[in-house]
Write a protein that binds this ligand. Structure first.
Ligand SMILES: NC(=O)c1ccc[n+]([C@@H]2O[C@H](COP(=O)([O-])OP(=O)(O)OC[C@H]3O[C@@H](n4cnc5c(N)ncnc54)[C@H](O)[C@@H]3O)[C@@H](O)[C@H]2O)c1
Length: 408
């Protein structure tokens, strides 16, 4: 028997995921859930999903196996804990939590319930993350000694609207959350390669300078946070150093990306493109074509050379995306954020069906998030060097899903 799944929150981002949960062959029954009856009704009709529920509280009383929380970002942890404690597997949009206490409670809830928790970190399936994990596995970096990862998203690129629809009428008073409280795209992308954890952090913040911008990042917001940009230096458990930038005021088109230096080879990326380099300049490889996510459909051998018509194909992926592992039912469906959405949904459903740990399980989610929460604390203390709390590694008696090997 397949899974009965509820998508909780049918707002802007959920639109990308509802068709994927509906199409996946491991899902027997899909329910849509939202507090907003109008939105719920519209989504039910648009996506052709008859079963609906008026709230998370209500849907958790039903005989379902799993929920996908695509609710506002500050609600995730309490909702995930509630769902895990109700015996449901949980997929959550990022971030996993907004405080250390919330993250601690979330780890405990997953460990004690033995239900799958997965954070839907989109950067985990960005092409550069896949490429670097493969190079790392094969030893091509030698030892990784230094990394840089960043998430640049200027307010002028849609954030005013996003906060208005997520927070409601008084959104400005609640929009100044610290950039380092949303660190999972940057930290997670780099940590996903080496799996080293941050042990110490020192961070500095940059306050908004234009008077007209100061109404968001100001002393009287709930975080007393004036920083729109934050830069952190992390000491990692393998002896390497990572520099993380979270910028919300920056003259840049926006990006999630990383650069990683190893003793034998390095991956460098900036707005001009990506390269693999070694000590021999002549061996420099330009990676732009390989890592480019095509808007064109891609044949299921994973090579962009075989572009076919818009049927039976995978959309929005690069040459390094292992599309052969995806269910054929995903072909032709939307696949956003650099080809990641379909892989995330597939990971979660396969992990839930087999009760295995997905790659971005609760312990990895903590290691993607907690360095950022601690970094902001450091920035508030003028850059003081702080220890990064650790919530441990995956329990050895809970098998990890290998999405490329385990049967679907
Ligand atoms: N790259 C990424 O990973 C990425 C990109 C975009 C958004 N996101 C995440 O997606 C999440 C959703 O963003 P959005 O813009 O779609 O938000 P949204 O405000 O449009 O939608 C959230 C919906 O959740 C519903 N909701 C809240 N509590 C509920 C409850 N108890 N029961 C039922 N429904 C409930 C709300 O009514 C709302 O309709 C955010 O947390 C954001 O961080 C991640």
């Amino acid at each position: 028997m397949g899974l009965r799944v509820a998508v909780v929150g049918v707002g802007a981002f959920a639109r990308c995921f509802i068709p994927l949960f509906k199409a996946h062959p491991l899902v027997d029954e899909l329910t849509l859930c939202d507090l907003n009856a109008q939105k719920l009704d519209a989504a039910s009709r648009e996506f052709g999903v008859k079963s609906t529920s008026p709230s998370l509280d209500e849907v958790l009383t039903r005989d379902i196996d799993a929920v996908a929380l695509i609710t506002q970002h500050w609600m995730h942890a309490p909702q995930a804990v509630q769902a895990l404690r109700a015996g449901k597997h949980v997929y959550s949009a990022v971030p996993a939590a907004v405080t250390l206490d919330e993250m601690r409670a979330l780890v405990a809830a997953s460990r004690e319930s033995r239900k799958v928790y997965m954070m839907g970190e989109t950067s985990y399936y960005y092409p550069e993350a896949l490429y670097c994990r493969d190079r790392f596995r094969k030893g091509a970096f030698g030892r990784v000694v230094y990394g840089e990862a960043e998430y640049y998203h200027d307010w002028d690129h849609g954030l005013y609207d996003v906060y208005a629809w997520r927070r409601g009428k008084n959104w400005r008073a609640l929009a100044g959350d610290p950039p380092m409280h949303y660190p999972t795209h940057s930290v997670g992308m780099a940590v996903s390669v080496t799996r080293a954890r941050a042990t110490h952090v020192s961070c500095f913040g940059v306050a908004d300078s234009k008077p007209e911008d100061r109404d968001i990042y100001r002393d009287d917001n709930p975080w007393k946070n004036r920083f729109s940009n934050e830069s952190a230096l992390l000491k990692m458990s393998d002896g390497s150093v990572f520099r993380i930038n979270e910028f919300r005021r920056v003259g840049h088109p926006g990006t999630v990306r990383m650069t990683l230096f190893g003793t034998e080879g390095s991956f460098e990326s900036n707005a001009a493109g990506s390269v693999w380099v070694t000590k021999q300049a002549a061996q420099t490889e330009r990676l732009d074509e390989m890592l480019r996510c095509g808007s064109a459909p891609v044949a299921d051998d994973g090579l962009m050379t075989k572009v076919t018509a818009n049927d039976g194909t995978h959309l929005g992926v690069s040459r390094v995306h292992p599309v052969q592992r995806l269910p054929k039912e995903f072909r032709g469906l939307h696949n956003g954020h650099n080809g990641s959405h379909q892989f995330l949904v597939d990971d979660f459903l396969r992990a839930s069906a087999q009760n295995k740990l997905p790659p971005v399980n609760v312990w990895q989610a903590a290691r993607y998030l907690v360095p950022g929460l601690t970094a902001h604390e450091s920035a508030m203390r003028g850059g003081e060097l702080l220890e990064v709390p650790d919530f441990g590694a995956e329990p050895t008696d809970w098998p990890l899903l290998d999405p490329n090997e385990d049967a679907a």
